[in-house]
Ligand binder design. Structure first.
Ligand SMILES: [Zn+2]
Length: 177
């Protein structure tokens, strides 16, 4: 509940916030979504829809709106080759739509960023971004444990075994980003 209270919000559908993982682009000290390029501000972010769903409807069924995150941390090497790609953990709350590998949520807040393997400019930028957000920057091996201080993972029993159609499965379309 700590995460919910500090975000100044209540969770209408879930008792606890869900822990999930994703990546961002980090350039010039600004974190942006790898999905749509939208900046991620300090504090909580609400999912938006560019197909007309009202904020109260996001994430809408049969739409791609909402905030995306994976159930498991992105592989340690996933962001290593790209200078501005970084990993981290979020808590997601409000309405949730569960997919095979991850979820779409109504609201989210970053709880930790992942330190890159390399030392140097990228590492310094991640540390600065984490300080600006007021969250820790931690090694990959610690990311999940640190995130679990803020919420719970979605129980595997509540995750769909498969989605209805390939077209409806945004995770296929987006690929492993
Ligand atoms: Zn929508």
């Amino acid at each position: 509940m700590k995460a919910l209270e500090s975000a100044g919000s209540v969770a209408p559908d879930l008792v606890v916030a869900l822990v999930a993982f994703r990546q961002w682009s980090l350039a010039g000290g600004v974190l942006t979504s790898v999905y749509d390029g939208a900046p991620w501000p300090e504090g909580s972010i609400s999912g938006r829809c560019d197909r007309g769903h009202a904020p109260a409807e996001v994430p809408a069924k049969d739409c791609s709106c909402g905030i995306y995150a994976y159930y498991d941390p992105c592989p340690r090497t996933a962001s290593a080759a790209t200078p501005d790609l970084i990993g981290g953990a979020v808590v997601v709350w409000g309405r949730i739509e569960a997919h095979i590998y991850g979820l779409r949520g109504e609201r989210a807040r970053i709880v930790a960023l992942e330190l890159p393997l390399s030392r140097g400019r990228k590492r310094r930028e991640v540390i600065e971004a984490a300080e600006a957000l007021g969250v820790p920057a931690v090694p990959h091996r610690s990311l999940k444990a640190v995130a679990l201080e803020h919420g719970e993972v979605l129980a595997p029993a509540l995750r769909p075994k498969k989605t209805l159609t390939r077209a409806a499965n945004v995770w296929n379309r987006l690929g492993p980003v």
